[in-house]
Write a protein that binds this ligand. Structure first.
Ligand code: AFP
Length: 336
């Protein structure tokens, strides 16, 4: 693509602001700030092996400096970027037990809150495998100018204003939606900009990929065990056997399935009856993207966007991806 044809994330956000009557540009500025934080984290991820930021938080390097784990750097980068902007009054992060009221000069009057998983898949960081950032944006429910409350961040996905993710893979991509479709931007390091590379992403209704940690199969519900036996059968008409693909970084597994067609499942297990993934930080935002791209996202009981969060770090089982594949998994779950 020639440079004249490029659309940067910043240009795209401003263009799209016109879609929202009475928009004051606050959401646009939040998305811009998220883009800036993502570029900084991408830079840190890319040089992680060189600069002693791999490994456990709490240790000290040979220069006597604190070694910061990348997920701490990611968290601090988002707090910095959002405090500078002033449109966001509070943030909830996978990295913090409690909600974080932001302390920027204008934060208190910010009309939005953000939930974030700054570095999802962190067990993959040390081995140079794709990881990601997941974010979601809500309007606060408490009055502007007051102290933000937990109710501001404990909102169901059907109240989302925007959500998205960044995948730090063979290239860095930012994918987001404001409820009017899904668009993907690839970071061009030569100009330091996210450029529109995947406009209006539609996920295929069917696919041949299933993504699940099958090592836990003995503990899965009967319906999932039956589904896993079914995907391995040979049947030309339904393109079986399916391919198993599981990276262990949900953002990367999700991103591949979004583009190629597939289903991602993290079911309840005997050890983790609500599954492992967090409702606010992982399942709602990724479910929103899936649904906006024409896919589905379900807990086995209801659409993930209809779950009313009760706790910041609440977990839910999740089945999400290509619509027909999700329906099929749900059928297996119902028939047990
Ligand atoms: P970490 O951030 O602790 O690596 O967890 C990643 C994750 O939340 C999600 O990205 C993966 O899909 C899932 O956990 C992997 O969990 P299992 O190791 O139990 O399969």
């Amino acid at each position: 693509m020639s440079e004249q044809q490029l659309t940067t994330l910043g240009q795209f956000i401003i263009e799209k602001q016109k879609d929202f009557a009475f928009a004051k540009g606050e959401l646009s500025r939040i998305l811009r700030d998220i883009g800036i934080a993502a570029k900084i984290i991408s830079r840190e991820v890319n040089k992680a092996g060189l600069t002693h930021i791999l490994g456990d938080y709490g240790s000290v390097n040979v220069q006597g400096e604190d070694v910061k784990k990348l997920d701490i750097i990611g968290n601090e980068t988002f707090i910095w970027a959002l405090e500078k902007g002033g449109e966001v009054c509070a943030m909830a992060s996978e990295e913090n037990d409690e909600m974080i009221p932001l302390k920027g000069a204008y934060s208190k009057s910010g009309n939005y809150v953000i939930c974030i998983d700054p570095l999802d898949g962190s067990s993959n960081i040390d081995v140079n495998v794709s990881i990601g950032t997941i974010f979601s944006v809500y309007r606060r429910v408490s009055p502007s100018g007051s102290e933000p409350t937990l109710q501001d961040v404990l909102q169901p996905g059907n109240q989302l204003v925007a959500a998205g993710y960044v995948v730090y893979g063979s290239s860095t991509m930012l994918v987001y939606s404001t409820g009017k479709g899904v668009n993907g931007f690839t970071l061009d390091p030569s100009i330091g900009e996210f450029c529109l590379s995947h406009p209006n992403i539609q996920t295929p209704a069917d696919g041949k990929i299933y993504s699940i940690n099958e090592g836990n199969a003995a503990e899965f519900p009967e319906g999932i065990k039956n589904y896993l036996a079914w995907v391995k059968e040979t049947d030309k008409a339904t393109s079986r056997p399916y391919s198993a693909r599981y990276i262990g970084s949900m953002v990367a597994d999700f991103h591949r399935n979004l583009l190629k067609g597939g289903v991602f499942i993290y079911p309840p297990t005997a050890k983790a009856p609500n599954g492992k993934l967090r409702l606010l930080f992982e399942c709602i935002p990724m479910g929103f993207i899936s649904i906006q791209a024409g896919g589905k996202a379900h807990t086995g009981q209801m659409s993930v966007l209809d779950v009313m969060p009760e706790q910041l770090h609440q977990r839910v089982p999740i089945v999400m991806g290509s619509a027909n594949m999700v329906d099929n998994v749900l059928k297996f779950l119902q028939n047990k």
